[in-house]
Design a protein around this ligand. Structure first.
Ligand code: AR6
Length: 178
């Protein structure tokens, strides 16, 4: 599924984000940037040790929840990895939506600052961090659409959803929002 926002595009794909040949892929990281399972594990496995070596050297204090930092892509097809830290879901009353939006927004800003034409996101916070998929989809897409309306770049924002359930939730939210 694909939607145009002016000259820019928001697109949904089902698949594995580590295979994406866009300028930057986004990692669902933790605030220590310590690596882990899910997308984080897959990115570091395919990217190789150079990715963690760079985040260790550049960001020894990690990255706060609701923000993001950028590194090289190592052996990945993508040039950069943007390590975004989404919130752990704890019922919705602890600013989770604003923190999740912040993680997406900062990632998009970093992509623009590094001249990325295309960026790919996973569904941040919806795995180990248990953010409900429908709600996460609405936050992710409304933040991306809002950013594209205010900025000329990036040209392409792609959401790479791991399974049919996630794809369906994002497709429903995208239809609702556009
Ligand atoms: N490509 C695209 N999506 C994926 C992939 C993949 N290769 N693998 C999993 N997903 P998660 P979080 C989906 O748990 O919830 C880690 O240990 C998955 O189905 O990766 O933000 C970190 O180190 C889910 O929908 O990230 C942190 O400690 C979504 O990606 C913590 O987990 C996010 O799931 C972050 O938790």
């Amino acid at each position: 599924m694909r939607v145009q926002i002016g000259n820019q595009t928001v697109e949904l794909h089902q698949g594995d984000i580590t295979l994406e040949g866009v300028d930057a892929i986004v990692n669902a990281a933790n605030s220590r940037l310590a690596g882990g399972g899910g997308v984080d594990g897959a990115i570091h496995r395919r990217g190789g040790p150079a990715v963690m070596a760079e985040t260790d050297a550049k960001y020894p204090d990690g990255c706060p929840t609701g923000s993001a930092v950028i590194s090289i892509g190592g052996n990945l097809p993508a040039r950069y990895v943007i390590h975004a830290v989404g919130p752990v879901w704890s019922g919705g009353g602890r600013g989770e939506a604003e923190l999740l939006a912040g993680a997406y927004r900062r990632s998009l800003e970093l992509a623009v600052e590094h001249d990325c034409r295309a960026i790919a996101f996973p569904a941040l916070s919806t795995g180990a961090y248990r953010y409900p998929m429908d709600r996460a989809a609405r936050v992710a897409l409304s933040t991306a659409i809002d950013f594209l309306k205010k900025n000329r770049k990036p040209e392409l924002v792609r959401f790479v959803l791991f399974d049919a359930g996630a794809y369906g939730a994002f497709a429903a939210a995208l239809e609702e929002l556009t």
